[in-house]
Write a protein that binds this ligand. Structure first.
Ligand code: ADE
Length: 253
């Protein structure tokens, strides 16, 4: 997958993307990231990329032309057609379902704004979709772009060492939160590892994990339970969680 990043700070995102799974995905040739700085396409001695908003008010608005030239340069750098995604608090909220959709594309241009935003005419002409990573305001789209890149990179086939771990994540196909995880030692002053996980009984372990995933989602994100459309078996497991010590994973056996 190819991601082009249009940003005043492309190095910032490149740094974030240099570590861990995303760094490895790049090394393995599963993902390439290319930065385009609108300042390189700005005119005049000051290479201006922003100006005051018409109608008054605080802050600055990013100019059309440097951004447009940077987007066009990014488009022209590869023949694969691409969509332009603008990171902004006004966008559709990013979900794991959306991440899966983005991860399946061959190419993506991520457009990062700074200041109060971008001239609306550029958005109307060049942007295919707007994405928000949450209901809060960042000082620019770069961190949001880094979030998108990370989430999309780890879904590229071969990016994760253990192919299982992406399938079992929170928000996997059914949109539930993840179950709790434990490692050695079995006994610790902070508590013991639930006995079922040491039993070697794979069916029981799977049942316990499913129950914990359902229970946690019910406790922490009841909105997701409503959306999940639980099967009869899941409803029974959730009832068992709500009735028993499963409500506290550290105490369940
Ligand atoms: N830019 C500023 N705030 C943002 C947000 N919440 N999501 C995406 N891009 C942003």
């Amino acid at each position: 997958m190819r991601i082009d990043l249009v940003s005043l700070f492309p190095e910032f995102v490149a740094q974030c993307a240099g570590f861990g799974v995303v760094g490895r995905a790049q090394e393995r040739g599963l993902l390439s990231i290319h930065g385009w700085n609108p300042r390189d396409y700005a005119e005049g001695n000051y290479r201006r990329v922003d100006d005051r908003p018409f109608g008054g008010g605080p802050g600055m608005v990013m100019l059309i032309d440097p951004l447009r030239a940077a987007i066009q340069a990014a488009r022209a750098a590869d023949p694969t057609p691409t969509q332009v995604v603008y990171l902004s608090p006004q966008g559709e909220r990013l979900t794991q379902a959306k991440v899966r959709e983005l991860a399946g594309r061959e190419r993506l241009i991520l457009l990062c704004g700074r200041y109060e935003g971008i001239d609306e005419r550029l958005i109307a002409a060049e942007v295919d979709e707007e994405l928000s990573i949450g209901d809060y305001v960042l000082s620019g789209g770069e961190l949001a772009a880094a979030v998108v890149i990370d989430a999309v990179a780890r879904l590229q086939e071969g990016a994760l060492n253990d192919a299982e771990s992406a399938a079992q994540d929170s928000f996997d196909e059914d949109g539930l939160l993840d179950c709790p995880h434990y490692t050695r030692p079995v006994e610790h002053e902070l508590g013991s590892v639930p006995a079922v996980l040491q039993s070697g009984n794979h069916a029981e372990i799977a049942r316990w994990r499913r129950m914990q995933a359902l229970g946690r989602t019910w406790q922490r994100r009841p909105d997701l339970i409503d959306e999940a459309g639980l099967s009869k078996a899941d409803r029974k497991l959730l009832d068992a969680f709500r009735a028993g010590p499963g409500a506290d994973p550290a105490k369940s056996t």
